[in-house]
Design a protein. Structure first.
Length: 623
């Protein structure tokens, strides 16, 4: 180990003698902080299959090993030829010329042996063991500082162990060169003039005589490996990315997968497809996505069942699986696009005798259950969004997974309450139906009132049929029916109206009572109201000083008398025996009343009681 250390120091001493390195001093021994790497550059590296080294930086060989710097310099073969390869980073066809942003990685695991100073750190050696049949190999990295030699882009220090692929710094333009990395290898037994050897074999590059790798992009075409005819391994664990399946309301869902592998030319990337079992990029719903492990479907998918599948492809063009279009050959994920909201329940039960939007007076505390909500083959019903309260447009504020709801009892105001159960239905991917009023609970325990009037308020009536005006009011469900009775035993019920008729009992010259009760639409019945009136079927007939109409007996075969101005029905049958009474303006045909001669005679008044004193005229028959 000590001898190898001495040999590596010999290589460094030679570099110092050529002015390619400066010995460090205490003042510059610290590692200067480089600027942060560019966010547009992807810090990845390339490796030929089977090669021990990775390409430590960049993607383009700008100067090959051993090219001649000029005619005069080529006369001195040790000094005139390029002792390594230069590597640049190209982006969008142009070289990156900003120092300090293109990352440099350790080509192989090892220990940082020396960091040079001139006057800042711009180059370093990493010592490796057991590489490519060599017991000790050094890799050399140069131009890792800015052109003015004030900022170093090296981020490791002497004695530090580094892993293959570990960041050790950034490309610079030290020495007024373009931004690039000079990379070479050296062996401990090299003399002071040929210490820098061609790194191409360690990188797996084909070499052309003494010229090494030719300038150009670094691709697998440079690799000396035998043709790769082995397909890569399949991707695996295809799954949703950012959502949980298998249902989604996103018409452009994202997916991810675990990468496949390839020990030959390496994974180049993946074909992905929707509704194609073995993607190959040959259809409208197939896409080449490169070497990534996530993808978002770019075009909106319809509501339906779909399959997302992934095919691996290596850098030699081998794919896995082949394009068989057989289900299950490629790793896949079955999913369902569901953008349609479910429909709301069709049947609602109150748990009591209350019916939807019907006034009642017995149920103020319902327990609702429902059925009939349907997602029509979608993701399925998840829950219900509910509002319970007096407003027909109340905001939904309660979530219920069960198809039931036990709300608080209604709070009637002045005995009246109308509450609305509004709900919407949500499926398992968040599609929610429009809110609807599923049930209206109408509750009324207020009592109707009335101020009834019969026969226009008369005390006495002369006919059995009378007019009834209930004059009722109801502040709740509204008046529905009226109940009437003469004796409180037999009742007649009819729809409520502002005016109706009623037939009194045939009890002449007696005080009669009509009983009334009003009922509202909730079934609440008013107090019982009583109205009194006297029925007088045979009242005193009209009279004047000269004439009197008699009406004390039944008419038997009476006749009608008429003139040009008056009509008179006789009040007694058998009128043949009577004579005429007449004057200038009137004529009266007399007759018989119950076979008695009707003639003027004396009158007497006999009182009878019917709510108040009423005097009945009585006629005395002649002797």
């Amino acid at each position: 180990m000590h001898k190898n250390r001495q040999l590596s120091r010999l290589v460094v001493t030679t570099l110092l003698a050529l002015g390619l390195l400066r010995p460090p001093n205490d003042a510059s021994a610290r590692i200067d902080e480089p600027p942060p790497p560019s966010t547009n550059l992807q810090p990845t590296y390339f490796q030929c299959p089977g090669a021990p080294f990775i390409v430590p930086s960049g993607n383009y060989v700008s100067a090959n090993y051993h090219y001649c710097r000029g005619v005069d310099q080529c006369a001195h073969p040790e000094l005139g030829y390029h002792q390594g390869i230069d590597i640049k980073q190209y982006e969008n066809g142009q070289p990156v010329n900003t120092p300090g942003i293109v990352p440099v990685y350790a080509a192989y695991e090892g220990v940082v042996d020396l960091v040079g100073n001139d006057p800042v750190k711009q180059g370093l050696f990493i010592r490796h063991t057991d590489v490519g049949g060599q017991s000790v190999v050094h890799t050399y990295y140069a131009h890792m500082a800015n052109a003015s030699r004030t900022v170093s882009y090296i981020v490791v220090g002497e004695g530090q162990r580094v892993a293959q692929g570990q960041l050790i710094g950034y490309q610079g333009n030290y020495g007024a060169s373009s931004v690039h990395l000079h990379f070479s290898v050296s062996y401990p037994y090299a003399n002071e003039y040929n210490y820098n050897q061609d790194p191409s074999p360690f990188l797996g590059f084909n070499v052309d005589g003494n010229n090494g790798a030719q300038p150009g992009y670094i691709t697998y075409d440079r690799c000396y490996s035998a043709p790769d005819t082995t397909p890569p391994t399949k991707a695996s664990n295809v799954r949703p990315n950012g959502w949980s399946g298998p249902y989604t309301s996103d018409t452009t869902p994202s997916f991810r997968w675990d990468p496949g592998g390839d020990d030959g030319s390496g994974i180049a990337g993946y074909y992905v497809a929707v509704d194609d079992w073995t993607p190959d990029g040959g259809y409208g719903n197939d896409w080449w996505v490169g070497d990534v492990t996530a993808f978002t479907v770019p075009d909106a998918l319809p509501d339906d069942e779909h399959v997302f599948a992934v095919t691996s492809k290596d850098n030699a063009g081998n794919v896995n699986p082949a394009n068989t279009n057989q289900p299950g050959d490629a790793p896949y994920y079955t999913f369902y696009v569901d953008t349609t909201a479910p429909t709301n329940p069709t049947t609602i039960h109150s748990g009591c005798n209350a019916q939807n939007n019907v006034w009642q007076n017995t149920c103020a505390d319902p327990i609702f259950t429902w059925s009939g909500a349907n997602d029509h083959g979608g993701s399925g019903i998840q829950d219900y969004h509910i509002y319970w309260g007096p407003s027909p447009k109340g905001l939904l504020n309660i979530w219920r997974s069960a198809a039931s709801y036990d709300p608080d009892a209604v709070i009637p105001l002045n005995g009246i309450a109308t509450y609305h159960l509004r709900l919407s239905t949500r499926d398992n991917v968040g599609n929610e139906s429009d809110a609807e009023i599923a049930f209206i609970l109408r509750y009324d325990v207020s009592i109707p009132t009335a101020d009834p009037v019969i026969a226009n308020g008369a005390d006495t009536v002369h006919a059995l049929r009378v007019n009834v005006e209930p004059n009722a009011q109801d502040t709740g469900s509204g008046l529905n029916t009226i109940h009437l009775s003469n004796d409180r035993l037999a009742w007649r019920t009819e729809p409520y109206a502002a005016r109706t008729t009623w037939t009194l009992e045939l009890l002449n010259r007696q005080l009669q009572t009509v009983y009334l009760e009003m009922e509202d639409k909730a079934g609440n019945r008013s107090s019982r109201y009583s109205c009194w009136l006297c029925l007088d079927l045979y009242p005193a007939h009209p009279s004047s000083a000269g004439y009197r109409l008699w009406g004390a007996g039944p008419i038997a075969a009476g006749s009608r008398r008429a003139s040009s101005q008056y009509h008179l029905a006789s009040t007694a049958g058998q009128s043949a025996m009577g004579g005429d009474l007449h004057s200038t303006h009137y004529r009266l045909r007399s007759g018989f009343q119950a076979l008695w001669p009707a003639r003027p005679g004396a009158e007497m008044f006999t009182p009878f009681s019917c709510r108040r004193r009423i005097y009945l005229p009585v006629t005395l028959r002649g002797k």
